[in-house]
Design a protein around this ligand. Structure first.
Ligand SMILES: NC(=O)c1ccc[n+]([C@@H]2O[C@H](COP(=O)([O-])OP(=O)(O)OC[C@H]3O[C@@H](n4cnc5c(N)ncnc54)[C@H](O)[C@@H]3O)[C@@H](O)[C@H]2O)c1
Ligand SMILES: O=C[C@H](O)CS(=O)(=O)O
Length: 483
């Protein structure tokens, strides 16, 4: 059994209209611990009727929530922040148990997610309007911003404790209400956040947590006309599908989708900084992160040194149960993830790649996998085109800067990219030439609640975090007054 200081945080029902229910009509959802393959608990799934009830409850609650002074909404979000921080150890244990990431990473995710409550508690008080100089003496013109209304949120399994606050905080700050369908692999994090929302004073119906299937709960959220906005984080394939499903009711959309991040390491880079940064962005969450390096391009002059230093560091990473302090790489989320990783490795080796370290399932068994480095990677490999979403780093060579920018951009995705160089002029040339929404220079860690996060091309629409993040949940109203 999961050891928690506050066992009330381990919730297994649905959270609708401020009440917990263990009978929401849907099939039970077994939540597995990826490290052991054992069921932690079963969560009660919702059926369509319960989902409709949640949406209607959110619609009933939304007007009063929007009518509250922004300072009141701000204070409640701040309390939510305080409660997440105060319970961060329990939340980290819940996250590691259901998702597999090492406790150290889980603790970081909890605080990163909490920071969105802190940031948007402040943004709630700064939703400003405008006045427009009138073109004549008879009329006065102004612009006000008002909440969109009921928002549907659908979130992935890889960062539940960050992705959910990254949506709920701006939505509630703006005066919207939210109906959330978490990923069925990691519903416990969402339910724990629901418990803390209740303790923070989030009114009944304002934040609904509705675990359940994509085909029932997800489908209702994206098609119900009471839902005016969809904020989705997940794969590009599903995101594209949801765009089509939401079209008949013309819902507003925020889509945070898949990625295929390139890393460019130039000859003049600090080798130690580049190795450290590339490992940070490649192996975070066992490579199961949308902004993970998927392709690492190293200039000819530094290539051999980089392969040696990078492979040595990767080979030394400690693989184990995320609950064990000191673990650096936990298990992958499921066997499908392992199969995808093996497919990319086999394809790369069959197409000229050479194994520098790792390459096979870990001796621990289950879904544990050896952190892997493949040298002499080439563009015709699957790993160059598809999102691996696992602990495999292909190392490509390049000669000219212009070639590096070209190959980096040669993808249908456009989420994150990384550049390692100590040449300031090159930093500007390369970052301006990259077609990505997030660019890290001499770092593999760009995450920050105050920065606009989102992708170009097939990586999505809209931004989360920063002052841009609250605009995703606001409508603009132009008012023209004639005297
Ligand atoms: N851009 C970002 O911020 C970001 C962050 C994390 C993950 N991701 C992406 O998410 C993917 C991995 O997460 P995942 O496997 O959970 O993604 P996924 O797209 O399979 O599922 C995401 C969510 O959508 C739901 N869903 C699936 N099909 C649906 C449907 N037809 N109707 C309604 N809901 C549906 C799932 O139940 C889950 O809750 C990767 O591609 C990764 O790059 C992107
Ligand atoms: O993949 C999940 C997150 O979006 C990555 S980040 O923490 O926002 O960089």
């Amino acid at each position: 059994m999961l050891k928690l200081n506050d066992t009330e945080l381990l919730r297994t029902g649905v959270f609708i209209n401020g009440a917990w229910s263990d009978s929401a009509g849907g099939p039970a959802i077994p939540v597995y611990n990826p490290a052991t393959g054992q069921v932690i608990v079963e969560v009660n799934g919702a059926d369509r009727e319960a989902t409709v009830n949640a949406i209607e409850g959110a619609a009933d609650a939304q007007k009063d929530w929007a009518a509250r002074p922004a300072k009141e909404r701000s204070a409640i979000l701040r309390r939510w922040f305080d409660l997440v921080v105060a319970n961060s150890e329990d939340l980290a244990r819940i996250l590691t148990a259901e998702q597999g990431k090492p406790l150290a990473e889980a603790r970081g995710e909890i605080l990163y997610g909490a920071a969105f409550f802190e940031w948007f508690a402040e943004e709630a008080k700064r939703v400003y309007g405008e006045t427009i100089p009138s073109p004549d003496r008879e009329r006065r013109m102004m612009v006000m911003k008002q909440p969109i209304g009921v928002c549907g949120a659908i979130t992935p399994w890889n960062f539940p404790m960050a992705m959910i606050p990254r949506k709920a905080a701006p939505a509630l700050a703006a005066g919207c209400t939210m109906v959330l369908k978490p990923a069925s692999a990691t519903p416990l994090s969402a339910l724990a956040l629901g418990e803390l929302a209740s303790r923070a004073g989030v009114p009944a119906g304002v934040f609904q947590v509705v675990p359940g299937s994509a085909s029932v709960v997800g489908e209702e959220i994206v098609t119900n006309p009471l839902v005016r906005k969809i904020t989705f984080t997940g794969s590009t394939e599903v995101g594209s599908h949801l765009m089509a499903k939401a079209a008949p009711t013309v819902k507003k959309l925020s889509l945070e989708l898949g990625g295929n991040a390139p890393v460019l390491v130039f000859d003049d880079a600090d080798l130690e900084v580049a190795v450290k940064g590339a490992i940070a962005t490649k192996f975070r969450n066992m490579g199961q992160t949308c902004v993970c390096a998927n392709r690492i391009y190293v200039q000819d002059g530094i290539y051999d040194h980089f392969v040696e230093a990078f492979s040595k560091a990767v080979g030394a990473m400690k693989v184990g149960d995320g609950m064990q302090e000191g673990t650096e790489q936990g298990p992958l989320i499921d066997t499908d993830a392992v199969l995808k990783v093996q497919e990319h490795i086999e394809d790369a080796l069959a197409n000229g790649g050479t194994l520098a370290t790792g390459g096979k399932p870990h001796a621990l068994g289950g879904t544990f996998f050896e952190p892997t480095v493949i040298a002499n990677a080439s563009a015709d490999m699957k790993i160059a085109r598809e999102e691996t979403f696992g602990p495999v780093a292909p190392l490509f060579r390049f000669t000219e800067e212009a070639d590096a920018i070209r190959v980096a951009n040669d993808t249908e995705y456009g989420l994150a990219a990384y550049v390692f160089t100590r040449d300031n002029a090159r930093i500007w040339r390369v970052t301006e030439g990259l077609e990505f929404g997030v660019v890290g220079v001499n770092t593999g860690n760009t995450s920050y609640e105050g920065s606009p996060f989102g992708g170009w091309k097939l990586s999505g629409v809209g931004r989360e975090g920063s002052h841009h993040g609250i605009d995703e949940f606001l409508e603009i109203k132009y008012v023209c007054i004639a005297h």
